[in-house]
Design a protein around this ligand. Structure first.
Ligand code: AMP
Ligand code: ZN
Length: 477
């Protein structure tokens, strides 16, 4: 089955057909580095990381770029408040961003271009727009003339006339239309600036992404992505600038993730209703946050609450516990016995395919995880049988392999790796089982029971069978 993604531009699910066979260029709007990012910001970082890795898993060679907006009103404001330079603020939070995304298990992008390193390209693009008569200069500011781009509104579905009548955009008498937006802003005292043909100033936010996308990935790219708050005006303006200058399509597929809401409102810095990813990661393993996002389709809104996070943790725990128990069962059986029975049960094959079909259909991680939980259920059924036959062992090994394979893009198994591995604990537990057996032989029932109960408290359950005592990690319902 082909991969299909919902394209904001066409307003339907389109088959993903890259410009160059098997190669995909993808640009994701990154953070404005003036603070630690919040859990809402983490959503696009995590879901597009997973999507990018899924594309790699499906055989595409992906070139992935995420920009850093390191010059911006908010950065300048914070710098002035703290009496430091804007670049110091940007540097501090750029480092924090890298630390946090690494913790979140996000694979490094191929490039993280910083806006301040691409200023000459921005000046060049603005010059082209001015030369073409699409942009105009007023007292050192340069504005984009929206009326000159006939396709304006094609991404957001907005129409220029409606926009004008509903415009609440700040009135600047020097603009030809309230919809016109700044490409270059004249420097105000105390602000960082660069020299340009229009005098000292700095770029507008939208031009940064047009230029960084085109210079790192080319004039036309496959996928451009970000949160749905960016559809208008940011992405609409990026299209107007880029296509206005090149006459070529800027991005062929536009992906937008839904909001992370808190009490019905978008989590955002300006509303103050946020938790930083950092503080949440102090309480919960980062893989839990990944799971929290992946349990929902990326376009659906998510309500943030600790209860939901704990649910994600439990869901992850179920997968993790099953994986541990599979490892133990396989370890105990030894590799040879497993290889002999190389016939995969149809149910497992079917569930794997089902997960892939869900992911191919607009990256439905929620659907794929439902199939993964079915795989976990299959594994638990087999594990509960106790004495395992050859086919069962083979099925267990295949369930483990499938889940590990999917983890190439889900990135959630680091959760169990972080815990002490049962496999490493195994010799110690075997030793305790042996001691308990000897106690029972000596009719020291109370002590023997104490060992069993204490182990249970540690999450390790013993099962006395006629021939021997086995153990596994307790399954939480
Ligand atoms: P910013 O640093 O505000 O430019 O945002 C970085 C990324 O986070 C952008 O792709 C935004 O669209 C996205 N974003 C911001 N707030 C939320 C939210 N509450 N839920 C989902 N995505 C968000
Ligand atoms: Zn952007």
């Amino acid at each position: 089955m082909a991969i299909r993604i919902y394209n904001t531009l066409s307003r339907k699910k389109d088959e993903l057909k890259p410009l160059e066979p098997n190669k995909i260029s993808m640009y994701v709007c990154g953070p404005t580095v003036y603070d630690y990012f919040h859990v809402g910001n983490a959503r696009p970082f995590v879901v597009y990381d997973a999507f990018r890795r899924y594309l790699t898993y499906r055989g595409f060679e992906v070139k992935y770029v995420m920009n850093l907006t390191d010059v911006d009103d908010k950065i300048i404001k914070k710098a002035n408040e703290q009496g430091v330079s804007a670049s110091e603020i940007a540097e501090k939070y750029t480092q924090a961003f890298f630390e946090d995304i690494e913790k979140l298990g996000i694979k490094k992008a191929d490039y993280y271009p910083r806006a301040t390193e691409s200023i000459p390209g921005m000046i060049k693009l603005i010059e082209i727009l001015v030369d073409k008569g699409i942009a105009y200069v007023v007292d050192g500011d340069v504005f984009y003339e929206v009326a000159k781009f006939k396709d304006y509104g094609k991404l957001s579905g907005k129409n220029i006339e409606d926009l004008k009548s509903g415009a609440r955009i700040e009135v600047d008498e020097r603009k030809k239309s309230p919809l016109d937006f700044a490409l270059w802003k004249v420097a105000k005292p105390g602000e960082p600036y660069w020299e340009s043909p229009w005098g000292k100033g700095r770029p507008g936010w939208h031009i940064e992404c047009s230029v960084m996308s085109m210079s790192y990935l080319g004039e036309t790219i496959d996928i451009h992505a970000g949160g749905s708050d960016l559809i208008f005006p940011h992405h609409e303006n990026e299209i107007a600038q880029s296509e206005g200058a090149t006459g070529k399509p800027f991005a062929r597929y536009w992906m937008h993730n839904g909001f992370l809401n808190i009490e019905g409102e978008k989590m955002s810095k300006s509303l103050g209703n946020f938790f930083t990813a950092r503080e949440i990661m102090k309480k919960y393993h980062p893989a839990v946050i990944r799971m929290f996002f992946l349990l929902k389709h990326y376009r659906s809104p998510i309500n943030f609450s600790e209860e939901r996070i704990r649910e994600a943790q439990q869901a992850l725990q179920r997968i993790s516990t099953a994986m541990e128990n599979i490892k133990l069962a396989l370890n105990e059986a030894g590799a040879k016995k497993i290889e002999k029975n190389g016939e995969l049960s149809e149910a497992i094959q079917h569930l794997k395919q089902q997960a892939i079909d869900e992911l191919d259909d607009d990256f439905n991680t929620a659907g794929a995880l439902a199939s993964i939980f079915d795989l976990v259920r299959e594994a638990n059924l087999i594990l509960n049988k106790g004495a395992l036959a050859g086919t069962d062992l083979y099925d267990l090994s295949q369930i483990k392999k499938t889940i590990e394979e999917f983890d190439q893009f889900l990135g959630i198994l680091s959760y169990s790796e972080s815990k002490e591995s049962s496999v490493a604990e195994a010799p110690l537990i075997e030793l305790l089982i042996d001691v308990r057996k000897k106690l029972r032989e000596a009719k020291q029932w109370a002590l023997a029971d104490e060992i069993r109960d204490q182990l249970l408290e540690l999450g390790i359950e013993l099962k006395d069978r006629p021939d021997k005592t086995t153990w596994h990690r307790r399954l939480k319902s």
